[in-house]
Design a protein around this ligand. Structure first.
Ligand code: SF4
Length: 345
């Protein structure tokens, strides 16, 4: 198989792939990759002759290129990356009020889950991303962010369902976490799922203490199944069981995308409170980000106030997420790069 990228490999895997006689040279290259250096010429602690040989070899260090970059007035930056097969995937850099930088990464090209309120859901799944393609999103975003600082958090909330591509997501997390490399703490990595129960169970068993966010959106089977087809398979009872068994319950968040006329009534709040009961969870309220392809609208301030009033009276712990990147269609549920299959040259 042709080597497409050196990202997501360990130092020894790099040494083996490149046929290096000295294993430590693989570790040196690994260290440069973690600093975002993708040209052998710039890896100055490698002997010149070896650098020249590698540069001339045509080996691909990084498989993706930045095709487009959009910056919103709120500072959010969305990158469209062209992949080795000419598919396109999007990722977003977000800056919060304290200046923390978060990389929002995609795990698939498109998505098969078909959530009714999500722009990515209007696309079908093209393919899973390789681990190196996930890591490369981080590297491209870090290069974009260099003047602002170092990315401190990663959320798998971009295109795709991460738990449907768990093997590659875990491999990318291993690379991002390695204390000898990028060194992101597991606590600063959040994997977000629409509620793929077998994936939640596998993630729990993997023993990787990342945070888990579940996009709940509705807390009755009837409403949730209408908005999120995944619920027709597993149901809220199955989801609830998998969460009760998930190790480290303190790491759990429910994302609740607030959609007027869908899930913001007093009864919806009561159902949500009931589902949260007994779980150590915080609800992250996300005002719906509208897009022209879908029939939903954003909640007004007064609708949000009314709904949070219900939650207050029910003592449901919640935060309200400030949506960033709306102006560049980079906010939650808005990612939908136009795809180009390799056959469509
Ligand atoms: S919300 Fe997530 S799982 Fe659902 S369609 Fe969108 S990307 Fe897929």
């Amino acid at each position: 198989m042709v080597l497409k990228s050196l990202f997501a490999l360990t130092g020894s895997e790099i040494a083996a792939e490149l046929g290096l006689s000295k294993p430590y040279q693989g570790r040196q290259i690994y260290s440069w990759l973690c600093r975002g250096v993708t040209s052998f010429d710039r890896m100055t602690d490698i002997p010149l002759a070896l650098r020249e040989r590698l540069s001339m070899s045509g080996i691909s260090v990084c498989s993706s290129t930045v095709l487009d970059k959009q910056i919103d007035s709120d500072g959010a930056c969305k990158l469209a990356l062209s992949l080795y097969d000419r598919n396109i995937v999007e990722c977003v850099l977000l800056t919060d009020r304290e200046g923390n930088l978060t990389a929002c990464l995609s795990s698939q090209v498109g998505c098969a889950m078909g959530c009714a309120f999500c722009r990515t859901g209007t696309l079908r799944l093209t393919r899973n991303l390789e681990a190196f393609e996930i890591v490369e999103q981080f590297i491209h975003l870090q290069a974009t962010a260099s003047a602002l600082g170092v990315i401190s958090h990663v959320v798998f909330m971009g295109m795709g369902e991460p738990l449907a591509n768990l093997g590659n997501v875990l491999k990318s997390i291993e690379f991002l976490h390695d204390p000898k490399g990028i060194g992101l703490s597991h606590r600063r990595i959040t994997v977000s799922t629409c509620g793929l129960v077998p994936g939640i169970e596998r993630l729990g068993k993997a023993g990787v203490p990342v945070r888990l966010a579940v996009s709940l959106v509705a807390a009755t089977d009837k409403k949730r199944s209408a908005l999120m087809p995944v619920n027709r398979t597993f149901g809220l009872a199955g989801l609830r069981r998998s969460l009760e068994n998930f190790p480290g319950s303190r790491r759990l968040t429910f994302e609740y995308c607030m959609i007027p006329d869908q899930n913001m009534s007093q009864q919806d709040a009561v159902s949500l409170a009931g589902f949260c009961k007994g779980l150590e969870v915080i609800v992250n309220l996300i005002p719906y980000n509208p897009c022209e392809e879908l029939p939903f609208s954003a909640p007004s301030r007064s609708q949000i106030r009314t709904f949070t009033g219900y939650l207050d009276s029910l003592e449901v712990p919640y935060t309200i997420r400030v949506s960033r990147g709306r102006g560049i269609k980079g906010a939650c549920g808005q990612l939908a790069a136009k795809f180009q299959n390799s056959s469509e040259t």
